[in-house]
Design a protein around this ligand. Structure first.
Ligand code: ATP
Length: 461
């Protein structure tokens, strides 16, 4: 008996409450489902994928199946915690309260068969429909539409795993999921939609803009430092900030998000390998203008990648402009000279007039300036960004620290970074060549600097 991928996912992810074990499922599947606690259900998925269950994905290309099973196993181990990892049990407490597994008919009923009138959002990978559940609750149902089946499964599992893990007032809320006739995430509905739609189509008061800036910063700080397993979002942009009834911002779309290692010893950079089934950043559109230079050039990501994108978001809030405007001008390039001169008059959205709090505006402008620094080392951490936006005591220190970066510190980190790249196996020809020329340039610059710097600095280098 062959099980199609969707059925396979459905049986594996089925919640205990609604579970009526399919008589068609194999004995080992039944065992895994019967004995499954929420934690072991995920491990069950990994086990099934790792072992004989590869046969369940028989209608995918054999090579894809092998890759998928290995990568999902690895990523689930990385994402949810390995079986042998003692942290697993505590880690998986986030799966409670359990998310509901919706049947296709429940989702169809909620959205009037995914009618066009209920379509409230369309991203590069999904369509989002407004729906109403039987109990009257309004929801947003995200239906994954793009990509190859294995890509969609990867995206779905990754987003589901991360959304089930996060719990903060400034992150979107997951209600449940569906795996019948497609892959669906059921989220709480944000009545005002995304910041992108509101900011660029309506006049948004400064008070709301400041609230959004602070809330989104707190949401990111939570992802980077506050949740049990730390997360880089990798897709921070105005379209991925939802607004609740009271304009509280909520970070959504975790399709690209990555878990950070438990021990993060170096302040800078991990290379994300290019898995074919992992969604790459959408570089075809204005998304490109949220991407930090080191991410664009080398595919290196860490918390500072999110900090850069957050800086672009702040610029959008200040100026009311898009990251890439209609004349294809980059907001960062346009704003940089004005930020350097702290030319608030030119920066501020003309639709605001003088209707803003000057202290708050100055803080947000300064935060935007620091967050969009070219070098990740010169960008503050989200903890410091929150302090800065609040204008709290420590913010003066943050300013001093990041406004005059030490040349040597920057070079040291970049050289270290450069070595990391070299150590990292798997550079392709293009990257090796790029690495070679960068190294050459860095050393040339360095030699120049060494000639003009004092010998003491030379020694400390
Ligand atoms: N919970 C929600 N409530 C209201 N609207 C939502 C909700 N979730 C998503 N949307 C709308 O749907 C749009 C697309 O959603 P989302 O960003 O999750 O899709 P995506 O295909 O993953 O996007 P991307 O191309 O950015 O990766 C959002 O920009 C927003 O306008």
């Amino acid at each position: 008996m062959r099980t199609r991928p969707m059925e396979f996912l459905r049986t594996t992810l089925r919640t205990e409450e609604s579970e009526t074990v399919s008589s068609k499922a194999s004995t080992s599947e039944i065992e895994i489902q019967r004995t499954s606690k929420p934690a072991s259900r995920w491990q069950g998925l990994v086990k099934l994928l790792k072992s004989r269950s590869i046969g369940h994905l028989a209608n995918l290309h054999p090579l894809s199946v092998m890759k998928l099973s290995r990568r999902i196993s690895n990523s689930m181990r990385e994402d949810i915690g390995a079986t042998e990892n003692p942290l697993v049990d505590t880690d998986l407490s986030y799966l409670r309260p359990r998310r509901k597994n919706f049947s296709l008919s429940e989702l169809q009923r909620a959205t009037t068969f995914f009618s066009h009138e209920n379509l409230i959002g369309k991203g590069g990978y999904a369509e989002v429909y407004k729906g109403q559940l039987r109990d009257g609750q309004l929801v947003a149902i995200k239906r994954l539409t793009r990509g190859r089946p294995e890509e969609r499964i990867g995206d779905f599992l990754s987003e589901l795993g991360i959304m089930a893990h996060v719990n903060h007032p400034n992150t979107a809320k997951l209600i449940g999921y569906g795996v019948e006739g497609g892959m669906y995430l059921v989220l709480e509905l944000s009545p005002h939609g995304s910041l992108a739609s509101l900011l660029h189509h309506e006049r948004l008061d400064w008070g709301i803009r400041y609230k959004v800036a602070l809330g989104a910063a707190e949401g990111l700080l939570y992802l980077h430092e506050g949740c049990q397993r730390r997360i880089i979002h990798r897709d921070v942009k105005a379209a991925n900030i939802l607004l609740t009834e009271h304009f509280e911002p909520q970070i959504c779309d975790f399709g690209l998000a990555k878990w950070l290692p438990e021990q993060w010893t170096h302040p800078h950079g991990v290379k994300i390998r290019r898995h074919t089934w992992v969604r790459k950043p959408n570089t075809s559109s204005s998304n490109l203008y949220y991407l930090a230079p080191e991410y664009l050039m080398h595919g290196l990501v860490d918390e500072k990648t999110d900090v850069y994108a957050f800086g672009v978001l702040l610029l959008e809030l200040i100026t009311g402009r898009r990251a890439l405007d209609y004349s294809k001008q980059s907001l960062v390039f346009w704003a940089k000279p004005l930020l350097k001169k702290n030319n608030i008059r030119e920066l501020v959205d003309p639709s605001l007039g003088n209707d803003f709090n000057t202290i708050q505006m100055n803080l947000v402008v300064l935060a935007a300036f620091l967050c969009t620094q070219q070098s990740p080392v010169q960008r503050p951490q989200m903890r410091q960004v929150v302090q800065l936006l609040k204008g709290s005591q420590g913010s003066l220190e943050v300013m001093k620290k990041y406004q005059k970066p030490s040349f040597w510190k920057r070079y040291y980190v970049e050289l270290f970074h450069c070595r990391r790249l070299q150590w990292n196996k798997g550079l392709d020809d293009e990257e090796t060549a790029a690495f070679g020329s960068l190294k050459h340039q860095w050393f040339k610059d360095l030699k120049m600097k060494l000639l003009i710097q004092s010998p003491i600095e030379h020694i400390y280098m």
